[in-house]
Write a protein that binds this ligand. Structure first.
Ligand code: ZN
Length: 317
């Protein structure tokens, strides 16, 4: 009796402590800026350079990292929520940490299973942008895609969003979001516009539906017919800090390229994470997001701007 009581009390205490830590991490992440730039940016550059990545980023908006070096689910949700408030598409991470995100569109499909197996063996995570109408009969596969990193909305029929009426837009996005939430029992907060086709109206609708548009800054060109050598070379060239890489789990040539891409990431010291994990570990600044795709090709310039700002802020302690 007594032992059970003690154990229950220990569990309750542990849970309360855990919640408190998460809350503290959230509040610290929230209070910094609309788009939390990591705590590292307030350190002088010389001091910053001495800190190992893990230490820098564990103290940023990602909060405490788990045994796999990944942020906890609440920190990932908080990171996505910060960008949701901005209502703009994400093209890449901040480019300050050794992280990149592989994304696989248009499934669940024939090659999803083997893609996930390769990712698992490499200790890599990825985000799967799912087409609603192909989910039926593959619900189990979708649930495993959640384990492999996460799933997101890629519309019901792979529609060209700007050509749709508001009603059609709501149906394409909403039906997919609802189906995925029913299948995965997780909130769906990211989407990718098919063909990358979007405008201010579709962005507003996506935001109203509680999601963030996710674009990419590296195109492997697998959907444009590139062979596996070219896909691997495109991905490898693009694998730098903060990269979001566009791929598809619908092609065998993409599957064939994947082992080389995973090997290249390992060689470069780049950890492959999901998009919410990337946003928590290596948040792009608000100015960078507002610059759209340019914010990725010019990431170094943005770092210099932010460092200058940080030094002024640093004076206030
Ligand atoms: Zn697509």
């Amino acid at each position: 009796m007594h032992a059970v009581y003690l154990r229950r009390r220990a569990v309750a205490l542990g849970t309360a402590l855990g919640l408190l830590l998460v809350l503290v991490a959230l509040v610290r992440g929230e209070s910094r800026s609309p788009v939390g730039v990591g705590a590292d940016t307030v350190l002088p550059a010389a001091q910053k350079a001495k800190l190992p990545w893990r230490q820098r980023y564990a103290s940023g908006s990602a909060g405490p990292l788990d045994a796999r070096g990944l942020p906890a689910a609440p920190a990932q949700r908080a990171a996505v929520a910060r960008y949701h408030r901005l209502g703009l598409p994400i093209y890449c991470g901040g480019g300050r940490g050794p992280y990149a995100a592989l994304t696989f569109d248009d499934g669940p499909a024939e090659y999803s299973e083997r893609v996930m197996e390769l990712l698992r063996r490499a200790g890599a995570q990825a985000t799967f942008f799912v087409v609603g109408r192909v989910v039926s009969g593959r619900e189990d596969l979708v649930r495993r895609q959640v384990e492999a990193g996460g799933v997101a909305d890629h519309t019901w029929t792979h529609a060209n969003l700007p050509s749709l009426s508001n009603r059609e837009l709501r149906a394409e996005l909403g039906n997919t979001k609802r189906l995925l939430e029913r299948v995965t029992r997780e909130p769906i907060t990211l989407m990718r516009p098919p063909f990358g086709a979007r405008d201010a109206r579709t962005d507003r609708m996506v935001r109203r539906m509680g999601m963030v548009p996710v674009m990419w800054d590296v195109d492997t060109r697998d959907s444009a017919g590139a062979g596996s050598d070219e896909i691997a070379a495109n991905a490898e060239a693009g694998l730098r800090p903060g990269a979001i890489v566009l791929m598809h789990d619908t092609y065998d040539r993409t599957l064939a390229a994947l082992p080389r891409i995973l090997e290249a990431a390992k060689r470069k010291g780049i950890k492959l994470v999901s998009v919410p994990q990337l946003l928590a570990l290596d948040p792009p600044s608000e100015a960078q997001v507002r610059a759209g795709g340019e914010g990725c090709s010019e990431r170094e310039a943005f770092h210099r701007q932010e460092d200058a700002t940080a030094m002024r802020l640093g004076g206030r302690g």
